[in-house]
Design a protein around this ligand. Structure first.
Ligand code: HEC
Length: 168
């Protein structure tokens, strides 16, 4: 009889698979049925589209601080682009050069990547009206704790999880 199968059974697997709570959070994060699910606008763990900020950079903030920025209605990075045609839309600027600006148009869900000739732009201003989608979705504290547990797991391998008490 070989010992190998027994060893395989008792050897713990590390990291690759998220623990139960982070797995629930991941299901919310990459929910393909919901157009406003996080991965339409955030890239995490090589999944999704990097329209919004890189969440791994803020993953170590307290769960409460993360909840506040997920539910916040105040924008920091989103802009209001107005074209000379008078067409205006909320957008995230991806990159700029002397002749053109690459943006993600936030008026569509998921956002549309587009390159605009600078000559067509009337202005790019701070945006005071765009709302981050989860604000309209009404997540429970448990769902938010699960999503944050996934952000923490995917960003720095955290397996402790996040309790509902930490969200209040
Ligand atoms: C339609 C696109 C979109 C979707 C969907 C979306 N986000 Fe965002 N997110 C953004 C944008 C754009 C910003 C930057 C907002 C601003 O101007 O401050 C942002 C900001 C954030 C921030 C703050 C980041 C920072 O560095 O301050 C967090 C945290 C966050 N999102 C988490 C989430 C989570 C979790 C979900 C899913 C439940 C989600 N987002 C869904 C586009 C989106």
């Amino acid at each position: 009889m070989s010992w190998l199968p027994v060893l395989l059974l008792v050897t713990p697997t590390f990291a690759a698979e998220p623990p139960a709570q982070a797995a629930r959070g991941k299901a919310i994060f990459v929910d393909a049925a919901t157009k406003t699910s996080c991965y339409n606008c955030h890239e995490l763990n090589k999944e999704g589209t990097a329209v919004g900020p890189d969440l791994s950079k803020i993953a170590r903030l307290s769960p409460r601080a993360l909840k506040m920025s997920i539910m916040a209605t105040r924008t920091v990075y989103a802009k209001e682009v107005e074209l000379k045609t008078k067409k205006a839309f909320p957008a995230m600027v991806a990159s700029e050069s002397a002749s053109e600006v690459k943006v993600h148009d936030l008026s569509t869900v998921p956002p549309t990547a587009m390159t605009i000739d600078r000559k067509e732009i009337y202005s790019i201003r701070d945006n005071a009206t765009w709302k981050h989608p989860p604000e309209n979705v009404g997540f429970s504290n448990q769902q938010l704790a699960d999503v944050i547990a996934y952000i923490r797991f995917a960003s720095f391998g955290d397996t402790k999880g996040v309790s509902v008490e930490e969200m209040q």
